[in-house]
Design a protein around this ligand. Sequence first.
Ligand SMILES: Nc1nc2c(ncn2[C@@H]2O[C@H](COP(=O)(O)OP(=O)(O)O)[C@@H](O)[C@H]2O)c(=O)[nH]1
Ligand SMILES: [Mg+2]
Length: 333
Amino acid sequence: MSKPSRALDLQSTAHDWANALGSGDRFVLSRLLTFCESTRTEHQELVGSVLAQPAPSLTFRIGLTGAPGVGKSTLLESLGQFLVTQGKRVAVLSVDPSSPITGGSILGDKTRMKQLSREPNAFVRQVPSGRLLGGLSPGIARSLELVDRAGFDVIFVETVGVGQSEVDISSLVDCLLLLVSPAAGDELQGFKRGIMEYADLVGVTRADLHPRWANETLRAYLSALRILDPSRDKEGLTLDALHGVGCSALWDLLAPRSVSLSASRRRASAEEWRERAFWKEVSDQVKAMVQEVDSEGSCVELSRVLGERSAGLISEASAAAEIALILRPDPED
Ligand SMILES: Nc1nc2c(ncn2[C@@H]2O[C@H](COP(=O)(O)OP(=O)(O)O)[C@@H](O)[C@H]2O)c(=O)[nH]1
Ligand SMILES: [Mg+2]
């Protein structure tokens, strides 16, 4: 007999935790996600051992990206409920750049997906972003793995489309949906190439407010997407996220893309992603260290190199090489 889920603690075996998770126990899922976000070693170790237990990875993962306010959470509220009425179990991981760790969330009701959260067959969770706005925390790959094991049919990951995050998320999902707002003719210039290249589908929100602009925007995005990557099948549609108009058509576009990666391949990509997240963190820390030198004036040599580089006296490459030499410990010491 396995333990009741509320009796599980850090002394319980990974096997018991994994069983409770696999039975779809959301209390256990919530606790494991909290451990995943924790900095305590014993929490990280438990998550690691739970994930080391064999389990199929079968959940269809969909990334949803776009500028703040475009309508990501609103769409998930509608689309999630639509899917629940279709008998699907739906999970949402929403990467929240406004520091939910402290509980100091400044998010409105829309962002919380209030209706969807109340559905017994839905699970909505805000996960903290990395240190940079819109960045993904290194824990996200593991959080996704945990949700994946809790028996949902679909997992959505909502990320703010800033910087690298959509590139990162695209390696963890089966399909990436880019949401954009309707824009007038000249505003359609200057697409953000980075985001576009990774998107499989594009949705234009607020079609209820600006139907004509929404259609024009969709046309412009689709032709740009096809030029950027003619090999991939890019599709899109206009939506009224607020009233859920277009959810059924959107699902018709999404569902065929669930013919997804095999479990082992996905696990490899999660590991690869954690590896990248780790080295990014290391280089950010080193960068911060080097940048602080100037103000503290603690390292004369570094200050000199930084000063010479700003003044254009030495090239970027030789400045970087000199910094590496300075940071390397002296074997004589
Ligand atoms: N009328 C209308 N309002 C929308 C639509 N999509 C989003 N909104 C509104 O836009 C605001 C921001 O939406 P939200 O989902 O929080 O954006 P997110 O930051 O991308 O998650 C909310 O007040 C929504 O009600 C839409 O398709 N039509
Ligand atoms: Mg949101």
